[in-house]
Design a protein around this ligand. Sequence first.
Ligand SMILES: Cc1cc2nc3c(=O)[nH]c(=O)nc-3n(C[C@H](O)[C@H](O)[C@H](O)COP(=O)(O)O)c2cc1C
Length: 199
Amino acid sequence: MSQSDFNTDEVSRLIRNRRTIKPEQYDQSKTVERSIVVQMLENANWAPTHGMTEPWRFTVFAGEGLRQLAEYQAEQYKELTPSEKFKEKKYEQLITRPLHASYVIAIGMKRQESGKIPEVEEIEAVACAVENMYITASAYGVGTYWTTGGITYYEEVKPFFNLGNDDRLLGFLYVGYPNIEWPDSQRYPIDEKVSWVEQ
Ligand SMILES: Cc1cc2nc3c(=O)[nH]c(=O)nc-3n(C[C@H](O)[C@H](O)[C@H](O)COP(=O)(O)O)c2cc1C
């Protein structure tokens, strides 16, 4: 296939129909096929990467692994949150949410040893990889949800996700078939966010 053989209308339609669908809106009687998650991960691997560092690292929780993640994140939240900030409702959400999903993918950024590439660029590359997964899932009618809540920014949890001190946990991608109609969304017009310089 040459570069110009893509159906560009379909590509635009897919990108614009990519949606965030949260775990409470997943059909728990229908598990997303593993082959779809493998496609998502393969496509993540083709994200742009400055200096070819390929900094994306993923830990995929499935089956009993989801229970492990649920218990771990709720316990860590309890242990690491000062009592005046602790919310029972949040604890409950952390211990139940992963069980709604077919998979939860922990999103990590592996810091280059030399530190030559600025850290922000490594985070940007991982965000591109996540977008690839989001779009791939949408193409299969699979819902995904990137959350940076819960224990995402707790330094102490990094080893659980195979991340070292200089690496970063960037959140969790929940994956499941929706039990709702594919949602609509909206954006302010691009014209408000772009200026053209032509002369
Ligand atoms: C880096 C990042 C982190 C996000 N974290 C959260 C989150 O913690 N909670 C949440 O409700 N949505 C989160 N979202 C999803 C946004 O709410 C969602 O993208 C937005 O509502 C637009 O909906 P759409 O993705 O369907 O277009 C996050 C999105 C990004 C890019």
